[in-house]
Design a protein around this ligand. Structure first.
Ligand SMILES: [Zn+2]
Length: 327
């Protein structure tokens, strides 16, 4: 989500200044994927009326624990027609240790997946509200994340997509590491999330999120690190490769899901550049965030709560990462 806490600042008006150059840049990098994107933009409902920048600022409601589908248990969803493969569900040891890599084109490559917002953050307000240094300033350790109006939490969503993504990347031979897998009570803090990627010497890091914006605001966007050189933060070496990573993910996500880029951030490019996120500022390896959709919009929520759509999204993100790592 993008309205509170260390990951995201309060909502800002949509930016409209970079459409041309960014679109051209993406076209140069991912022409195949972009064809689908441009076709979509040509024939789709671009939702131009929903870009007034208004967003929901209220705190997300804690998950409805009376629901039958156990919001705190990311692998027990009832809508997962294509559930994770056996053995891929969360386990206490899997987020802190790299698992053996299979052979494949990504053998030797390390990918760190950061499922945004631990599902337990709701129960640890004191811990996640403490301030951490992100280089440019200090921010809260972490936030709870948002949820759909029906109580499907962002934390649960991000874990599910991350697990699907891990399966796909491991099939390509990548070594995949998680920052958390719901296997710790809360956190980690955003600075630690960044350091996990750094320590792993990751070839690519993806932080998975879903937004909590206003109804009518739809679609995904990928957040790229802007140039920061302050305190412990020096993103200058990762700005260019992170952009390439993000553009490839955005293009492939369109192809895989048929979903359009955000109609309220990035002016149709599906890309946004930020310098206020600790998870990006403190990274020394190529890293992007993805906001897969807006949980507070009913149409986007219908997609985000669909296991079939999440599988498509994982495919798109995986294809982008594979494309980036294979060069
Ligand atoms: Zn989030």
């Amino acid at each position: 989500m993008s309205y509170v806490g260390p990951d995201f600042d309060p909502p800002r008006p949509p930016r409209r200044s970079r459409r041309g150059p960014l679109t051209i840049a993406v076209a140069a990098l991912v022409p195949g994927a972009l064809v689908g994107w441009l076709v979509w933009q040509a024939v789709g409902d671009s939702g131009g009326g929903g870009s007034d920048g208004s967003v929901t600022q209220s705190s997300p409601s804690p998950p409805d624990t009376s629901a039958s589908d156990a919001p705190f248990s990311p692998t027990t969803g009832t809508d997962d027609a294509d559930v994770m493969e056996p053995g891929k569900s969360s386990s206490p040891s899997s987020s802190s240790t790299s698992r053996p890599a299979a052979s494949g084109p990504l053998k030797g490559k390390v990918v760190v997946i950061d499922p945004g917002h631990n599902p337990g953050n709701f129960l640890h307000a004191t811990e996640i509200n403490r301030q951490v240094d992100i280089g440019t300033n200090s921010k809260e350790c972490d936030t709870t994340g948002t949820s759909t109006n029906d109580g499907y939490t962002e934390a649960r969503f991000t874990l599910d997509v991350s697990q699907r993504l891990r399966t796909l990347l491991e099939k390509q031979g990548a070594t995949v590491k998680f920052t958390q897998e719901g296997d710790r009570p809360w956190g980690p803090c955003v600075d630690e999330r960044a350091r996990i990627g750094n320590k792993a010497k990751a070839d690519a890091v993806i932080s998975i999120h879903a937004d909590g914006s206003g109804p009518g605001n739809r679609g995904f966007h990928v957040i790229l690190p802007g140039a920061v050189n302050e305190g412990e933060a020096d993103t200058r070496p990762i700005v260019a490769p992170s952009r390439e990573l993000g553009e490839r993910i955005a293009g492939n996500l369109v192809s895989a899901t048929g979903s359009a880029p955000s109609n309220y951030i990035g002016d149709g490019t599906g890309l946004d550049v930020r310098t206020d996120l600790g998870g990006l500022n403190l990274s020394t390896v190529p890293k992007v965030f993805i906001e897969c959709g807006n949980m507070r919009d009913s149409k986007d929520a219908a997609l985000l709560t669909s296991g079939a759509w999440r599988q498509k999204a994982a495919h798109g993100i995986s294809a982008g990462i594979v494309s980036f790592l294979r060069g």
